[in-house]
Each structure stands twice: as structure tokens, then as C-alpha cells.
Ligand binder design. Structure first.
Ligand code: NAD
Ligand code: ZN
Ligand code: ZN
Length: 370
């Protein structure tokens, strides 16, 4: 079948919108008509050459749509089902899946994280006959995607596909970090550094834990305003203030019990850690450019019993948590619609990345694919 897709070919070059061929789904695969895709900083990392990926790749890993056809052996999905896509299509049988941590699935790491399907192959060919990879086994900047059946998570209810797409990455990553990986205790002081799609989702998740202070740091005033509307008790513009000083000022010199880093910058990880009160935990949610390292004081770590931990995909179990999060949205516990900024066409995806690079996005940009 022919379709249009946005292909990454060269770092720092715009994506090219090309006519490509997408195969029918194979065994344990489904073909999804994509309805909406979100623009995540992780796609930007590839585009900027900060993470490597063998080209050509259909970028986009935040997506939702409708099952168009199913391959052999698929029993839990049918054409017409609405789905949100998981970028960690967990196998269900490796030691991590079996122990309840599908976000660490060994099979996904060796296949989806290399942009291939579980059999090691691709299902898309360019007009010139090249194999085209699908970013994180999703490739949502396209009209269709062939994905592993266990990466297409059925969702119910009348949900805006833009919101369902965001549940596929930013929302589950951020909310999950705050309610699964390391939830704050009621009246804890909480810090969130970075108020993009992921960071604002952390804010929404953290708010459910009834924190005392919920401090949000960013570089952009409009993002801090949105953070306040979503429940931040204090905001700090890191362009104008020293973050540690500001956090100590707000917390009577104590520091915070839990700090979430959601910018993907090494310096912000160090800041999150430095802002901890004794016994506190810093959760690294952002993902840095390849090769970046942090520096922390191990003496303070032991003497003050600090914890530094990581969170992949919000420590979520997408097959349960996508719907759970959407149910919380329906019950008005998570105002997910507030995350969405502009909605653009597939042909405008480069403009969306340019704005992300310049830091001028306001809310998550959603690509609508009619
Ligand atoms: N752990 C995971 O599973 C996972 C999943 C998805 C995304 N991510 C990562 O999360 C990070 C955030 O993604 P996003 O899509 O929300 O990005 P985004 O670009 O939408 O938002 C990043 C925000 O950080 C702010 N920022 C940048 N530098 C800052 C600084 N020094 N201090 C304070 N704020 C700063 C920006 O102004 C922006 O608002 C990225 O690193 C991304 O790769 C991680
Ligand atoms: Zn993402
Ligand atoms: Zn597994």
C-alpha cells in the first residue's frame, strides 16, 4: 500500500515527506491508520544528530489511530479498534516483563530501540527500494504504521486522537514517573525541572499525590504559567534565578523531598539532585544527548541518604496504564487536553521541530493525520 511518511535521512536536515510502500502486517503484527502524532523531544534528539539512528527512518513515536488490518495470530485486536501506540512493545515473556516491569523489556531493547520489528525486519520501502525503519517500532509521522500487536494498546471511550497520542509517550512518561516510579508522599515538597510535554505531565501526576510545595522550573514564562494553571504552587525561571537558591528559599532552607528532572540536560539532573533534602530522591526522566555525563558528590549521597534513580516510560505497564490514565482524564483528575498546543498537518512537521529547537513551543504540538 502506498502512503505518505516523514523520513529522517540526515542529521540536521529537515524530514522529507515521501511516498513510500507499507506492507501488510505479518504474524503478530497489526497495521494502524494513524490519526494523530505528538512531537516529542526524543524525536528531536535523532533529528539533531544527538542520538544515532540508521536512516532512513519514519520518525514519531507518540501516536494513536485505528486498526486497519491484522496479521496472523492476532487475537486481541480487530479492524476498527482504537489504539494508542507503545514505544516499548513488551514481549510478555522476558524476565523483566514477567517480573512486572515491561518498560524494561529485553526484546523491545534489542528490536524497537533499534527501530526494527521483533523479527529484525522493516515493513516500509522507499520509492528507491530502500528499507525504511520505524522509530521505536512506531513511526507515527506517517499515514499508516505496521507495529507489533503487543505495541498497539486498545483504548475505549470517545477520546480525541491527539490526547490518545500523547498518552503514548509524554503523558505516560511524566504521570507515570510521579505515580509509579517514585510517588511523593502527601505534603512532601516536590520539584519538577522542565515544563515541556513530559514535565507538565509530571506536574499533573505529582498533584495527585497532594504535595505541600510543587515547584516548577523552566526557561520560558508561558510554560511556567501553564504549570501554575496545572497545580504548581511556585515557579522559577532558571534564566533569571539560581535554582538551588530559589528552592531553598521556598522550602525554608530544607530542599525538596522529591525532584523530577524532565529537560534531558545533564546540568538539570545535577540541579535536581542538589535541591534534595536529606533522605530525598531525584528521579531522572529526561534523556540526555549521547555521551553526556553528570557529576555528583558521593559523600553527600551517603551522608544525607540521597537517592538518584531513573524512570523509563513512567515505569508504566502500557497495556494497563494507557486506559487507566485515560480514565483519570475522563474523571477530570488529569486535564490532559491542557497539554496540547498547536495542531499541524504532516507537511508542517519540520516547522514543529524548528519551534521545539528554538524553545518557542507552547504546549505539545500534535500532528493531525486525517
Ligand atoms: N524517560 C523516558 O521514558 C522519556 C520519554 C519521553 C521523553 N523523555 C525525555 O524527556 C525530556 C523532555 O521531553 P519533552 O518532550 O517534554 O521536551 P520539551 O522540549 O517539550 O520540553 C523540555 C522543557 O525543558 C525546558 N528546559 C530546557 N533546558 C532547561 C533548563 N536548563 N532548566 C529548566 N528548564 C529547561 C524547556 O524550556 C522545555 O520547556 C527529553 O529529554 C526527552 O528525551 C524521556
Ligand atoms: Zn517521547
Ligand atoms: Zn519482555
Amino acid at each position: 500500500m502506498q502512503m505518505k511518511a516523514a523520513l529522517f535521512r540526515d542529521p540536521s536536515q529537515p524530514l522529507t515527506i515521501e511516498d513510500v510502500d507499507i506492507a501488510a502486517p505479518g504474524e503478530q503484527e497489526v497495521r494502524v491508520k494513524i490519526s494523530a502524532a505528538g512531537v516529542c523531544h526524543s524525536d528531536f534528539r535523532v533529528l539533531a544528530g544527538e542520538w544515532s539512528a540508521t536512516p532512513p527512518v519514519v520518525l514519531g513515536h507518540e501516536g494513536a489511530g485505528v486498526i486497519e488490518s491484522i496479521g496472523s495470530g492476532v487475537t486481541n485486536l480487530a479492524p476498527g479498534d482504537h489504539v494508542a501506540l507503545s514505544w516499548t512493545p513488551s514481549c510478555g515473556t522476558c524476565r523483566y516483563c514477567v517480573s512486572g516491569r515491561p518498560q524494561l523489556c529485553q526484546v523491545a531493547v534489542s528490536t524497537a530501540y533499534r527501530n526494527v520489528l521483533p523479527d529484525g525486519g522493516t515493513r516500509i520501502r522507499s520509492a528507491a527500494g530502500e528499507d525504511v525503519y520505524s522509530y521505536l517500532s512506531v513511526g507515527s509521522f506517517a499515514e499508516y504504521a505496521v507495529v507489533p500487536a503487543y505495541g498497539a494498546i486498545k483504548i475505549t471511550g470517545d477520546v480525541d486522537p491527539g490526547i490518545a497520542a500523547l498518552v503514548g509517550c509524554a503523558v505516560t512518561t511524566g504521570v507515570g514517573a510521579a505515580i509509579n516510579t517514585h510517588p511523593a508522599k502527601p505534603s512532601d515538597s516536590v520539584l519538577v525541572i522542565g515544563a515541556g510535554g513530559v514535565g507538565l505531565s509530571v506536574v499533573m501526576g505529582a498533584r495527585l499525590q497532594s504535595p505541600g510545595n510543587l515547584i516548577v522550573v523552566d526557561l520560558a514564562e508561558d510554560k511556567l504559567t501553564l504549570a501554575e494553571e496545572l497545580g504548581a504552587t511556585h515557579t522559577v525561571n532558571a534564566r533569571e534565578h539560581d535554582v538551588l537558591e530559589a528552592v531553598l528559599g521556598i522550602t525554608n532552607g530544607r530542599g525538596v523531598d522529591v525532584a523530577y528532572e524532565a529537560t534531558g540536560r545533564a546540568q538539570a539532573v545535577e540541579q535536581a539532585y542538589e535541591c534534595l533534602t536529606p533522605g530525598g530522591t531525584a528521579v531522572v526522566v529526561g534523556q540526555v544527548a549521547s555521551g553526556e555525563r553528570i557529576s555528583i558528590d558521593p559523600m553527600r549521597m551517603s551522608g544525607r541518604e540521597l537517592t538518584l534513580t531513573g524512570s523509563n516510560y513512567g515505569s508504566a505497564r502500557p497495556s494497563i496504564d494507557f486506559q487507566r490514565i485515560l480514565d483519570m482524564y475522563a474523571r477530570q483528575l488529569l486535564p490532559l487536553d491542557r497539554l496540547i498546543g498547536d495542531r499541524v498537518a504532516l507537511t508542517d512537521v519540520n516547522e514543529a521541530f524548528a519551534r521545539m529547537g528554538a524553545g518557542t513551543t507552547s504546549g505539545r504540538i500534535v500532528v493531525d493525520i486525517p
